[in-house]
Structure formats: structure tokens, C-alpha cells
Design a protein around this ligand. Structure first.
Ligand code: F6R
Length: 614
């Protein structure tokens, strides 16, 4: 979950490390540090300058600005603590006994205790409580004059997950990166190279990116980057061109990334459809090009994800059953991975992951693959692990999402799942041309409909301020409105720290209703659907318990006038479109509650954007 960056080139490393760490901060932000190999002055020996902060990157930047190390090789880190508290000593980079080898790490070294005991017995000393610290010591223990060989030998002993950037002051022209079960890219610039946890960190500098594979090591020198296995076998690197631009990764005048990203939803969902949808509702995905015959043979769809992506999976489940008539189930990937799988090689596993790096989701994907299932990753990150490990990929093309809470990508996931459902329904003949045309029409106008909701921000601010006095919330919905309610509740709790839970309307009276009173409002998703009348009955039951109700209803529906405390009218459109429009409204509602409460919306406490550990 931490962010790592490395630089080797002909410019000053420190400013580049500082700027890149700011961009990586969403991956973790409880402490930070850099190590820069300083240019030798007057024939002095090389010296590495280490600067750390036990707080966010800004504090590190302040320190660096008052004492800027000068050098062309350096590494940096922003931490999300797993082993050891976020203290100065535990902040990366970590070093060996002689202060020559410097390492930054993202991931978890599962056998660190065993390795540490072995190294301590051999005389190595470990000031920190981190798992990472074994890496420089293990390299030191294996060092026989060749840094790269020592790195390879050390990594062979390590179990778990790592993305590493490393250098040794004995090799001032060598920067080394390595990965296993954690993402790492190498940026290829003009006479300069970068190693980074992800592309976001380096897009201002280069759009040419070498994506490192599992168990691979990149040796970066002024001559270029060479990739090899831990056994030293050279590998032809995979280089991709990234089409994101720098402004996409900046706030662009919005108060927070989250708000900016919610406002990018119209473009994001248009991008998810671009070039994939014909007027007749025929779908083609460039990176998931499976013959209709194979699609027709599928007998089950399993949708895997975590958090917000799991909620998208739940919507996918409803839509696939309804439009395609195939058994579909959404599964919490962290549970799925420990269950006994029951499906086989006629299943399709759809892996839903914005980052493409969520550890639980990746393991579940590997299990589905091991059962022979066809797999497709629906992801925002090109060449991410999920994309590479699946048979195909449906890229969201939503642009970078920096706010820790997922917003625009949730809706891009929904559009992608709708397209996938249309594709499967066409392949098995379950959908008429007329219905396909209706759906195409509904999807094409969706960006404009989202814009219309965004334009009602002031109304939403008013509601958010009114409701921001409450400490508990229930969100309720049925059908597609149920996952939407779960997502609305998740958004509110994660950024405002206000307790919120989601429930299906039907489940309410099986327990959750006991919580309700005049201090426990309910956000009720009551927009048009086959179960809308049931939701209206639920609202009556809620109101009878004195709970305030904020109801989302379809335009012109008067059934909750005078019943719900507040009614927010949505356009009368397709249910699938409403899932997106309702979500945008609830995202804005959560955002404004959190801002009113003065919370750090883009970087909520205890969270990280990319959860690369189990
Ligand atoms: C919540 C949120 C998380 C992620 C989850 C999965 O706002 O962002 O719940 O949805 O950690 O992340 P991805 O989609 O990257 O697999």
C-alpha cells in the first residue's frame, strides 16, 4: 500500500522525488522519507543523505526544502504502516549495517521474523520494527562485490509481497527495482529513468513505461533498463505508452480530488463506452475479444471485488441475471479465496478492480483461473496485475483516480458491466434488437444526465448540511437500489467517519429497524423500479419509528410527498441509468457532509487507495 519512487538521470533527484511522493501520497501517508546519493565534492567519497518524516509528505518536503540534498540518484517512500507504528525510525528508506545499501518497499515480507533472527544471529542490527529492514541486511549478507547479484540472491529468500527500489553507494550509476505480488513500473525518459509504484507518480516526466512482471528485477543505469529474472535470465521488457495527461492528475480548480473526480463522471462513463457500442447495441472490447460461440457456452458468471468494486459487482450480478438469464453471483474476493470453488471451465470470472492491484481480488482471480474459468479484468490501470493475469481486460479509461474513496470509477465499472451484459445477452440471443437499441439510447444520454445531477450541487449541499448533525445513518434500497444504498453508506462512513450502514428494504424489519429513532435518519432509494412500491411501504414503516427520511424518487412520483422528510427527484429513466445517477447524488451528499465536518476528504484516516496486502 505504500508508494515508492526511484530516480536516476542527469537532473537533481530531490525535487523529482518530492513531487512524485506528493502524487503517490494516496497510497499511504503516515510517514515518508528519501535517500539521495550526494554528488561527491572535492574528491570526497560518495555519501548518502537520508531525510525522513514521521508525518505526511508535506512535512518531509519542508525538511528537504530547508536542506536539499544534491544528487542524481535517489529513492523515496510514503508509508502505510503494516509492521511497526508510523515513527521516524520505521519510516523508509531502510539501510544495512554500514549505511551503504538503501531500500524502499511496498508489500509485506511474510518470513521476515525468521530472516531477521538469522541475520541477527550473524551480527546484523535492526533499529526499526519493520519487515522491510531485513531486505538491505539480506542484500548486505549476500554482497560479494556485485550489487545486482546480491539483490537477486536476497530476493530468492523472501516470501510474501514486495515492490522495491534500491541502490548501493558503491554503485552510483545503478538503480534497482524488483516486484512480487505488488505493482512496479519503470518510466523511460530522455537520459533519465524512474521506478514507481504506479504511473500516476511519473506522468509529468514520461509516458513510456516498462511494466515489470512478477518476480522480475529491473537494473537501471544511464544506458537504459534491463529486466531479468531472479535467476539472472534476461527478459524482453514490455513497454506501454500511457495516454493520461498531467492535468488529469491535478485538482483542476476543485477543492478536493474527490469532488473533481465526481465531476469527471460524465467523461469517464463516455470513455467506458467509446468505440465499444454500435447503434444496434453490439459490443466489442478490444482487449476481450472472445468468439460468440465461447460466450454462448458460459454457464455461470462470478463477479469478484472488494469494497466499492464489490458493490459494482452486485449491480453486475442483478443485470447479468436480468438481461442475460445466466446464473451470476457477486463475491467478496477475500472470502471467495478461502472457499471451496464449485464452478468449472464454463464459468466466466469478472474481476472488478479500479487499481488492478487489490491483493484479495488478485488471489481470487488466480483461483478462478486455476479452475479453468475464462477471466476478464474490469480495471482502470493499463497493464495492472489484474489485467495481465486475466484472459482479457476491459479498461475503464477513466483517467487517474487520486481521491482515496472511489467515485467516478464505480460508475465506469457499472457502464462496463452493462456493456458486458449486453454482449453476453446478444451472444446467447436473450435480448431483442429493440431492447438493445433502447439500452444504447439510455447509455448515450447518460453523461448528459449525470451533468444535470452535478448541476444540482447546491441542493445537495443544503441537504448535506441539514443532515450533517446526525451521527448515525441507515441507507436502504431494493434491486439495483440495494447495492447503491450499500455504496452510499460506504462513501459516507469512509470520508466523514459518521456511522452509516446499508440494508435492503426487505431486510430492514428483520433487525436494523430496531436502531431507528428521531436521531437516526434513513436515506431511502425509492426511484422507479419493479420494487419501488415495496420501498415506499418501507419508508412508511421507517417514518412510523420517527426516523427522518431523505428519499430519492423519480421525477413526478408524489407517493412520498408529506411522508419523507426530504424528497430529491431524479429523472424518470432506465433503472440501470438510475443506479449511476443515484450514486452520483449520494457521492456528492457524502462529500458535502464530510467537508462540513472538516474531514480530510481525499485522504481519510486508516485507508489507502490501493490495498495490496491481504
Ligand atoms: C472505497 C474504495 C475501496 C475500493 C477497494 C477495492 O471508496 O475505494 O473500497 O473499492 O479497496 O479497490 P480496487 O477497486 O482498486 O480493487
Amino acid at each position: 500500500m505504500c508508494g515508492i519512487i526511484g530516480y536516476l538521470g542527469d537532473r537533481e533527484a530531490t525535487p523529482i522525488l518530492m513531487e512524485s511522493l506528493k502524487r503517490l501520497e494516496y497510497r499511504g501517508y503516515d510517514s515518508a522519507g528519501v535517500a539521495v546519493l550526494e554528488l561527491p565534492k572535492n574528491g570526497d567519497p560518495t555519501r548518502t543523505s537520508v531525510t525522513k518524516s514521521e508525518a505526511k509528505v508535506d512535512t518531509l518536503i519542508e525538511k528537504l526544502e530547508s536542506n536539499m540534498p544534491s544528487g542524481r540518484l535517489g529513492i523515496g517512500h510514503t508509508r502505510w504502516a503494516t509492521h511497526g507504528k508510523p515513527t521516524y525510525i520505521n519510516a523508509h528508506p531502510h539501510t544495512d549495517c554500514h549505511g551503504k545499501i538503501f531500500v524502499v518497499h511496498n508489500g509485506i515480507i511474510e518470513n521476515f521474523a525468521e530472516l531477521k533472527a538469522e541475520l541477527e544471529a550473524a551480527g546484523h542490527e535492526f533499529p526499526s520494527e519493520t519487515d522491510t529492514e531485513v531486505v538491505p541486511h539480506l542484500i548486505e549478507a549476500n554482497y560479494k562485490g556485485d550489487f545486482l547479484a546480491a539483490v537477486r540472491a536476497a530476493l530468492k529468500r523472501i516470501k510474501g509481497a514486495y515492490a522495491l527500489a534500491m541502490f548501493s553507494s558503491d554503485d552510483p550509476e545503478l538503480l534497482v527495482g524488483a516486484r512480487l505480488n505488488a505493482p512496479l513500473v519503470v518510466g523511460l525518459g530522455e537520459k533519465e529513468y524512474y521506478i514507481a509504484s504506479d504511473i500516476t507518480a511519473i506522468i509529468p516526466y514520461t509516458k513510456r513505461v516498462l511494466v515489470l512482471g512478477e518476480g522480475e528485477v529491473a537494473a537501471v543505469t544511464p544506458l537504459g533498463a534491463e529486466v531479468s529474472t531472479l535467476d539472472g535470465v534476461t527478459i524482453k521488457p514490455k513497454i506501454v505508452h500511457v495516454d493520461w495527461d498531467v492535468t488529469q492528475a491535478q485538482k483542476g480548480g476543485f477543492a478536493h480530488f474527490m469532488l473533481k473526480e465526481i465531476h469527471e463522471t460524465p467523461e469517464a462513463i463516455a470513455n467506458a463506452m467509446r468505440g465499444r457500442l454500435s447503434d444496434e447495441g453490439l459490443i466489442s472490447f478490444r482487449e476481450f475479444d472472445v468468439p460468440n460461440e465461447q460466450l454462448r457456452n458460459l454457464n455461470e458468471v462470478v463477479l469478484l471485488g472488494m469494497g466499492t468494486s464489490l458493490h459494482a459487482a452486485m449491480i453486475g450480478e442483478y443485470v447479468l441475471e436480468d438481461w442475460v438469464g445466466l446464473p451470476a453471483r457477486a463475491a467478496d474476493a477475500s472470502e471467495f479465496r478461502y472457499r471451496r470453488p464449485t464452478f468449472g471451465d464454463k464459468a466466466l470470472s469478472v474481476v472488478i478492480t479500479q487499481s488492478g492491484e487489490t491483493a484479495d481480488t488478485l488471489v481470487a482471480l488466480h483461483q478462478a483461473k486455476a479452475r479453468g474459468a475464462l477471466s476478464v479484468a474490469v480495471t482502470n490501470v493499463i497493464a495492472s496485475s489484474a489485467a495481465r493475469d486475466s484472459d482479457g481486460a476491459i479498461y475503464l479509461h477513466a483517467g487517474p483516480e487520486i481521491g482515496v474513496a472511489s467515485t467516478k470509477t464505480f460508475n465506469s465499472h457499472l457502464v462496463s458491466l452493462y456493456l458486458l451484459a449486453m454482449q453476453l445477452a446478444s451472444a446467447n440471443g436473450r435480448i431483442s434488437l429493440e431492447r438493445r437499441r433502447e439500452l444504447v439510447q439510455a447509455l448515450r444520454v447518460l453523461p448528459e444526465q449525470v451533468r444535470a445531477i452535478l448541476a444540482r450541487d447546491k441542493e445537495i449541499v443544503k441537504l448535506a448540511h441539514k443532515y450533517s448533525k446526525y451521527r448515525n445513518f441507515m441507507y436502504a434500497g431494493r434491486g439495483l437500489g440495494y447495492p447503491v444504498a450499500l455504496e452510499g453508506a460506504l462513501k459516507l462512513k469512509e470520508i466523514s467517519y459518521v456511522h452509516a450502514e446499508g440494508t435492503s428494504g426487505g431486510e430492514l424489519k428483520h433487525g436494523p429497524i430496531a436502531l431507528l429513532d428521531d436521531q437516526f435518519p434513513v436515506v431511502a432509494v425509492c426511484t422507479a423500479s419493479s420494487t419501488k412500491d415495496k420501498m415506499v411501504s418501507n419508508v412508511h414503516e421507517i417514518v412510523a419509528r420517527n426516523a427522518p427520511v431523505l428519499a430519492l424518487v423519480s421525477e413526478g412520483d408524489r407517493s412520498l410527498d408529506g411522508v419523507a422528510t426530504d424528497v430529491f427527484e431524479m429523472p424518470a429513466v432506465e433503472e440501470a441509468s438510475l443506479a449511476i445517477l443515484n450514486t452520483v447524488m449520494l457521492q456528492l451528499f457524502a462529500y458535502h457532509v464530510a467537508v462540513k465536518l472538516g474531514q480530510d476528504v481525499d485522504q481519510p484516516r486508516n485507508l489507502a487507495k490501493s490495498v495490496t496486502v491481504e
